[in-house]
Design a protein around this ligand. Structure first.
Ligand code: NCD
Length: 340
């Protein structure tokens, strides 16, 4: 933990293998806190954690709230619909209001890519001691989801020791609307960072060929990739071939709210070609787990029967693991606060 260098968590392209190890170890430690007699730890007592969600959220917002409460922090929740945004205030002025109220950690979700990064630059250049935690910005990044998915897979492959080493040389297939998915991007950084090889599958309109190079060059402003050897990314248009020998499969919702125009002719054809069902999973050649970040659109990217089959899908594990993963992230950012 002494090596933890991040004052903000904006995306996973800056994460080293040690960072993944630290987060997964802490997640494992925090997993059973709610089963203790006090159900809480005093770790972040006195810190103010502000959840600012400018986009809808069920799982992420609630699990950040529970995570903060389990660490005894004070929690403040902002909801766009009941705020002064409806009176004409700009989102930036709203955010600055919460910073002025003394937010120690500001968890933010926004439909525009890079809002969390710009905010982090703003607080740093004004020497404000608020950490920014990106809870999803446009289609760019959703680091806490990438990390909880990493933990879920690491725990699936070895429940006694959910280490990032468990991902080495695993074949993970990600199917669906990759283009508009911040979850896919964060998973690409996390899973390749731990040595997994990723096969991406989807129609060209939702999965451009450029994704094959996604992790090859560090993003603008970052000169060196902190991971020395990453797993690779393959693009495979046929679901049958993409699933062959997979060790795990993740499917994603069609992000209609981010599509410029309707990018698919019809949803039935999409389901037939890319939908996960008990039948299509047979192409894996063995029993493999299915992940989905939620919210699920039954009968489109995944069949209803598969959503209800807890012997195959890890959807409830993902939701459950979201809480200790977010506890780990809040704890690590809280460590840097002067009040601790
Ligand atoms: C995802 C998101 O908001 O990016 N959901 C989540 O955080 N669990 C995926 C989605 O909306 O489809």
């Amino acid at each position: 933990m002494n090596n933890w260098k991040h004052n903000h968590i904006l995306d996973l392209s800056t994460f080293s293998f040690e960072d993944y190890k630290t987060v997964l170890e802490l997640t494992e430690r925090f997993k059973d806190v709610h089963k203790s007699s006090s159900r809480k730890l005093p770790a972040l007592q006195g810190l103010l954690i502000t959840n600012l969600f400018f986009e809808p959220s069920t799982r992420t917002r609630s699990s950040f709230e529970i995570a903060a409460k389990r660490l005894s922090a004070d929690v403040q929740n902002f909801s766009a619909s009941t705020s002064s945004l409806s009176k004409g205030e700009t989102p930036l002025d709203t955010i600055l209001t919460y910073i002025s109220m003394g937010a120690d950690i500001l968890v933010i979700r926004h439909e525009s890519t890079n809002v969390p990064t710009e905010l982090a630059n703003y607080v740093d250049s004004n020497k404000i001691n608020t950490s920014i935690l990106n809870a999803g910005d446009g289609f760019h990044s959703h680091p806490s989801q990438g990390l909880l998915d990493l933990f879920t897979l690491a725990a699936y492959f070895n429940p006694d020791n959910p280490s990032p080493d468990n991902l080495l040389n695993k074949k993970i297939t990600i199917v669906g609307d990759i283009l508009h998915s911040r979850v896919a991007r964060s998973n690409l950084w996390a899973l390749t960072g731990c040595g997994a090889n990723i096969t991406l599958c989807g129609p060209k309109s939702l999965l451009p060929n450029e994704f094959g190079d996604f992790v090859l060059s560090p993003p603008p402003g970052q000169s060196v990739d902190p991971i020395q050897t990453r797993g690779s990314i393959y693009i495979e248009r046929s679901l049958e071939k993409a699933l062959r020998n997979a060790d795990a499969v993740m499917t994603l919702r069609l992000q209609k709210e981010r599509m410029k125009q309707n990018m698919l002719t019809d949803l039935d054809t999409y389901h037939q070609k890319y939908g996960l069902t008990h039948q299509s999973l047979k192409w894996c050649g063995k029993k493999v787990p299915v992940l989905h970040p939620g919210p699920v659109n039954r009968g489109i990217e995944i069949s209803s029967q598969l959503v209800e089959d807890n012997s195959i899908n890890l959807i409830s594990n993902q939701v459950e693991n979201g809480i200790p993963t977010r506890m780990a992230l809040l704890y690590l950012l809280g460590l840097n606060k002067k009040s601790l």
